[in-house]
Design a protein around this ligand. Structure first.
Ligand code: ASP
Length: 333
């Protein structure tokens, strides 16, 4: 009888060791996404809109988490998350993108691999269903970093990426926003009603590699082939294993001038700033130029941060420790 505790211990020890082993083998990862920053305030959003955006962000987190949980690459995870949001009409990317002045949809996207700093981007595509997939093809299947317009669509088609008529991206809500903008007397830049909704994702995978992706329709009423920060490597998108991965959303012209995504990574790399400190500093500098918006960031040890100088930012994060958060407003945690 006195031997019983020893017998139980002897039986349990291998089980405990096995559990510990499994925990050690479980991939460690982080995923952060955004669905645009802007005048996102409780009294300006209907419950249906809120539910739709929430469901979209949750679906994107689920798609990216699935890749990372299976030990997949950060690069595949950010692409998977962004593609879900490109198909969701609640966001200004892919289907549901804002209209140009001429009543079309012109889409920009970029992706970057922190392992090698390989990057790909497309600007002004009009028929490629998933612009982020086109950006990835530019990165992996061409000698270039950025392709634009009809040529970018032609390249995407040659790579077997799904093509759709431009009308596939159009939604009545976005059409209304364009009509309202055209009818309004003050055609100000970055009018609050030119609602943002750009999407992006950053991730750290089980091997400690980071990646970033961003996709957008740009600004309502944009013309003359205007291109924002999202597809510009170093402005709206950047990833470097030596520092961090960043995806931005906001008033693109200012983000380009600040070089937001690269600037954050540079502060982390050379000044040893925390991700949060770097993101806050760079967002403050961008605001000082006149640029409203926000960023999401993750680093090679899985730390994460977000920062925005607008009332809200659609955002979410998930990690291997089981955390899954979706937030909208400035005072959400
Ligand atoms: N940054 C995007 C652009 O300027 C817009 C946005 O994020 O809402 O094209």
């Amino acid at each position: 009888m006195r031997l019983l505790p020893f017998v139980i211990a002897a039986l349990l020890t291998p089980l405990a060791a096995q559990a510990q082993n499994q925990a050690a083998q479980k991939p460690r990862w982080t995923l952060v996404i955004h669905g645009g920053a802007g005048t996102i305030e409780r009294d300006r959003i209907t419950p249906e809109q809120e539910a739709g955006v929430r469901a979209g962000l949750e679906a994107a987190l689920a798609a990216g988490s699935k890749v990372l949980d299976a030990g997949g690459d950060a690069l595949d995870a950010v692409q998977a998350a962004v593609q879900v949001l490109e198909d969701d009409p609640h966001f200004n990317a892919g289907r549901g993108a804002v209209f140009t002045w001429d009543g079309r949809n012109e889409l920009d996207a970029a992706i970057m691999d922190g392992r090698t700093r390989a990057a790909g981007a497309v600007a002004g595509v009009t028929t490629t269903r998933h612009p982020v997939a086109a950006a990835r093809a530019v990165m992996e299947k061409s000698q270039h970093v950025m392709l634009s317009g009809a040529g970018a669509d032609e390249f995407a088609r040659s790579q077997g990426l799904e093509q759709v008529p431009n009308s596939w991206f159009a939604t009545p809500t976005r059409r209304e926003q364009l009509d309202k903008l055209k009818a309004s007397e003050k055609l100000g830049w970055y009018d609050v009603d030119r609602k943002y909704g750009t999407v992006g994702a950053v991730a750290m995978d089980a091997n400690g590699h980071v990646a970033a992706a961003t996709s957008t329709g740009g600004l309502t009423g944009k013309r003359w082939g205007r291109i924002g920060d999202a597809p510009i490597i170093g402005a709206g998108t950047y990833a470097d294993d030596r520092a961090c991965a960043v995806s931005a959303t906001g008033a693109g012209e200012y983000f380009i001038r600040e070089g937001v995504a690269h600037e954050i990574c540079a502060r982390v790399r050379f000044k040893d700033d925390s991700l949060k400190a770097a993101a806050d500093t760079v967002m403050a500098e961008t605001l000082a130029l006149g640029g409203a918006g926000g960023v999401i960031v993750t680093g090679p040890s899985g730390e994460m941060a977000w920062s925005f100088n607008t009332p809200g930012m659609y955002r979410g994060r998930a990690s291997s420790n089981g955390e899954r958060i979706v937030a909208f407003y400035g005072d959400d945690k």
